[in-house]
Design a protein around this ligand. Structure first.
Ligand code: G4P
Length: 531
């Protein structure tokens, strides 16, 4: 197969949702269609990661929360699908945000009864930052929920994106009859079925066809006719370019648990979603068909195997062909590294691969060379941009409980930060380590891992900060004055960028007013803002 075809056939995406909307269930059904697992229903939705991918960390097993972001690849029709799974738990939102830098598009799952929820909005904000194409799946149509037109308005309004239904539900809840495919002009009748993947599809080119009345009763047929007329009046034709630009989200309706509407979603996804895209670097844009290999690390997993202290770095390939046992340049540390057992995550198993292409995500065994955001490439002449840090919401100071183990604590906390478990800000005097997270759970994870993996003991002392803002300015005088006045609120991040740790939004506003030449950024990647 030609190099261009290898790229063209790949589809790398993430499924995102507010917890409980049905992300895991939908993932499972997609894997079922792809033949990556044999039976749905047999696998409890929450347990999917254990069967389909991995259970990397003991803590994950203990808590039953997916800490891991894993990769699942399978073939469907003529495409190779790479799903990057994201933790649903809100405390791991940062992990999800980073994973979104490695995908080319997303499927957003929304619960028909709950509509847009808090986490849905936050995730969508991140998609908007990089114009990621979004496809929406309205789930749980077998339950009563919001009226379809109301829900579409809510999606447009709260997610700030134009929407265009491509399937349309007929009834809902107990009265759910199925969906009409507005694209293929066919009717898909609903039958509650958790295990089977066959669906009854009736082509209905013309909605006045009496076949429709026979299939769903006259009452529902007339309702559908009216609603489709309305859709055509209200919404423009689906424009793929608009979708690819991240301005328009096509919407599908179904029930993941009942395996319903999922095939339409997958077929449409294969038809319209983007092939692997290039990425921006500090030396310009790299296209996927650039013949020289390049990629970036968006995720690091430590201690996969408790017997070996190894880490695995997840690398998204951006351009060229990755080859096993070939030296590549690690830009940040200016070192050449080769990999003898890079892994792919096809179906159930991890397997060693010889080559991989743009869009693929591979796992590289790492003895501590990689940090999140690192670039690996043939030329070593550039760095990919765009794994921003967002402001944490909870801040605690790390205190060592065992002075004999301060080396272990230092090493452990540094490695956990490289993995992106949390963010560390160093405050002077005294090199005080302020750890920032988006959820309480991370502190427990850090505590547990420091003790079990590094033999160090620590405690976290709450600090009153609520927001970290990255500071830039051309006015050094004003900056010095600010640093003097706010000494106990100024720290540096992992890259030595200056950060203001604000206690309240009000104090941040005051600082902005009092020091007009300083800019306070919401993410560590200043250039993305305002784009
Ligand atoms: P998440 O990954 O987004 O957090 O959601 P998950 O798939 O785990 O689904 C959350 C709950 O919603 C699960 O129920 C799941 O079975 C249910 N669900 C998913 N899709 C549908 C659907 O189309 N219709 C209905 N009615 N329910 C759906 P649970 O009780 O939490 O777990 P389980 O005991 O069913 O596994």
């Amino acid at each position: 197969m030609s190099y261009e075809n290898e790229i063209e056939k790949r589809r790398t995406f993430g499924i995102i949702s507010h917890p409980d909307a049905g992300k895991t269930t939908l993932t499972e059904k997609l894997l079922l269609f792809g033949g990556a697992i044999q039976s749905a229903g047999a696998v409890k939705s929450n347990k999917i990661k254990k069967t389909a991918t991995s259970d990397f960390m003991e803590i994950e097993k203990q808590r039953g929360i997916s800490v891991a972001t894993s990769v699942m690849a399978f073939n469907y029709s003529d495409k190779q699908i790479n799903i990057l799974d994201t933790p649903g738990h809100k405390d791991f939102a940062e992990d999800t945000f980073r994973t979104l830098t490695a995908v080319d598009s997303v499927i957003l799952v929304v619960d028909v009864a709950n509509g847009v929820e808090a986490q849905t909005e936050r995730l969508m904000e991140v998609c908007r930052m990089r114009n990621t194409p979004v496809l929406i799946f309205v789930n749980k149509m077998d339950r009563d929920g919001k009226e379809a037109f109301d829900l579409l308005d809510e999606l447009e309004d709260k997610l700030q994106i134009k929407v265009r239904p491509l399937t349309w539900p007929i009834g809902m809840g107990d009265r759910f009859k199925g969906v009409y495919n507005l694209y293929d002009h066919s009717l898909n009748l609903f039958a509650a079925n958790k295990t089977n993947i066959s669906e009854e599809i009736i082509p209905i080119e013309d909605l006045s066809d009496s076949l429709l009345d026979e299939a769903v009763t006259k009452e529902f047929a007339n309702e559908l006719r009216e609603e489709v007329e309305m859709i055509e009046g209200v919404y423009d034709e689906f424009d793929r370019d608009d979708y690819l630009a991240g301005n328009l989200a096509p919407v599908f309706f179904g029930s993941a648990m009942n395996n319903f509407g999922v095939k339409e979603l997958l077929d449409a996804f294969c038809r319209i979603s983007p092939a692997p895209r290039g990425r921006d670097t500090d030396q310009g844009f790299i296209e996927p068909n650039d013949s020289k290999f390049s990629g970036f690390v968006f995720k690091i997993h430590a201690n996969l195997d408790p017997k070996h202290r190894d880490r695995i770095a997840f690398l998204r390939i951006v351009s060229g062909e990755f080859k096993r046992n070939t030296f590549y340049q690690h830009s940040r540390i200016a070192k050449k590294i080769k990999f003898s057992n890079p892994t792919a995550f096809m179906a159930k198993e991890k397997s060693i691969i010889d080559t991989a292409y743009p869009g693929d995500v591979i796992g590289l065994y790492d003895s501590g060379n990689f940090k999140i955001g690192d670039t690996l490439s043939e030329t070593g002449k550039f760095n990919f941009k765009g794994i921003p840090s967002f402001s944490p919401e909870i801040f605690m100071e790390l205190e060592n409980l065992d002075p004999m183990k301060s080396k272990q604590l230092d090493k452990g906390i540094r490695q956990l930060m490289d993995e992106g478990v949390a963010q560390m800000f160093i405050r002077q005097p005294g090199n005080r380590k302020i750890i920032g997270t988006v959820g309480q759970l991370q502190f427990e994870v850090i505590n547990y891992r420091l003790e079990h993996e590094y033999g160090a003991k620590c405690r976290f002392a709450p600090r009153n900060y609520t927001k970290a803002c990255w500071i830039t300015t051309d006015n050094n005088e004003q900056l010095d004055a600010f640093k003097r006045a706010k000494a106990s609120h100024v720290a540096v991040d992992k890259d030595d960028n200056l950060v203001f740790l604000a206690e309240t939004p009000f104090l941040l506003t005051m600082a902005e007013k009092d020091y007009p030449d300083l800019t306070f950024h919401q993410t560590s990647e200043f250039k993305l803002e305002g784009e």
